[in-house]
Design a protein around this ligand. Structure first.
Ligand code: MN
Length: 289
């Protein structure tokens, strides 16, 4: 079980300097893993990333939310092909980096929609995700489809929707990614959805209701961590937080990051690492089985 930190706690861009700041900062804050947001794999210095990960003893995962141009759920086959090719390159990058998971809103655009998705859009996305899952399997990579709130996607808003969607994809390494920030908006509680996903849960984001310091918002972390204990979850648990103090041009608008919730990413991250490990340690003392 690895506890990780999202790269946007440290830097808004992942050029050589940004990679160094994010990877060294994540390690120094006590984490085991860094999640790098990657939209275009050609912008990432692979050799430097590998070296920094090795020097700092960190594992790596990659996340993104699709843009319209990468929309594999599009009804336009040329757009689907472009998005699928781009995601394929990101999966190959993960293989080169020795990474385990590609996660996030990788099945459709991450944006506010003004209409529901069509049946054709959902099917096109499922078919593309199935093909990408087959590619990922050859490189030892798992795909985690993140259920996000209604303002960021119109296909997967809840854990149960993610289960139904991945039932149709029916690929062993296409699994579910839950995020406490989104669950706090869309789910009825923080326990039952985790039980519903059970061993199809492959990735977890820990985010507060305002995406700032853990424990200062309304998310019921106690019941969420109890639920992870109840299903014996041992996959990555990654802290995700955003502030206008760190601006990522690909994420700031899509995620509506308008407020400055923190200035010192190092202090925020150190606090989150201790908070998550503390909850995990406490839950280990209660037995469900
Ligand atoms: Mn998330």
């Amino acid at each position: 079980m690895a506890i990780g930190c999202h790269g946007s706690v440290w830097s808004g861009c992942f050029d050589d300097a940004g990679l160094r700041t994010a990877i060294e900062g994540t390690a120094q804050a006590g984490f085991d893993l860094i999640e790098l947001p990657v939209f275009d794999p050609d912008t990432i210095n692979v050799a430097l990333t590998r070296q920094l990960l090795e020097d700092n003893g960190l594992g790596v995962t990659i996340s993104l939310g699709l843009t319209d141009e990468m929309n594999i759920s599009s009804e336009d086959p040329t757009v689907v092909a472009f998005g699928e090719a781009r995601l394929g390159k990101i999966i190959h990058l993960l293989g080169e980096l020795g990474g385990s998971h590609l996660v996030g809103v990788i099945y459709a655009p991450m944006k506010k929609n003004l209409r529901p998705a069509t049946e054709a859009e959902v099917k096109n996305g499922q078919d593309a995700i199935r093909r990408l899952g087959e590619l990922a399997a050859t490189l030892g990579v798992r795909l985690g489809l993140e259920a996000v709130n209604r303002y960021e996607n119109n296909i997967l808003n809840t854990a149960r929707q993610a289960m139904a969607y991945t039932d149709v994809v029916a690929s062993d390494n296409v699994m579910v990614h839950l995020d406490t920030y989104h669950m706090n908006i869309e789910e009825s509680d923080m326990f039952q959805p985790v039980l519903a996903v059970n061993d199809r849960l492959t990735y977890v984001h820990i985010g507060e209701s305002h995406r700032g310091y853990l424990g200062t918002g309304t998310v019921d972390f106690d019941n969420f961590f109890k639920a992870l204990g109840a299903i014996n979850y041992n996959g990555p648990i990654v802290f995700e937080s955003f502030s206008s103090a760190v601006v990522d041009p690909n994420l700031t608008g899509a995620l509506s990051i308008w407020r400055n919730l923190w200035k010192d990413g190092a202090d925020l991250a150190k606090h989150a690492n201790a908070y998550i490990r503390g909850k995990r340690r406490a839950v280990e003392t209660i037995s469900y089985h």
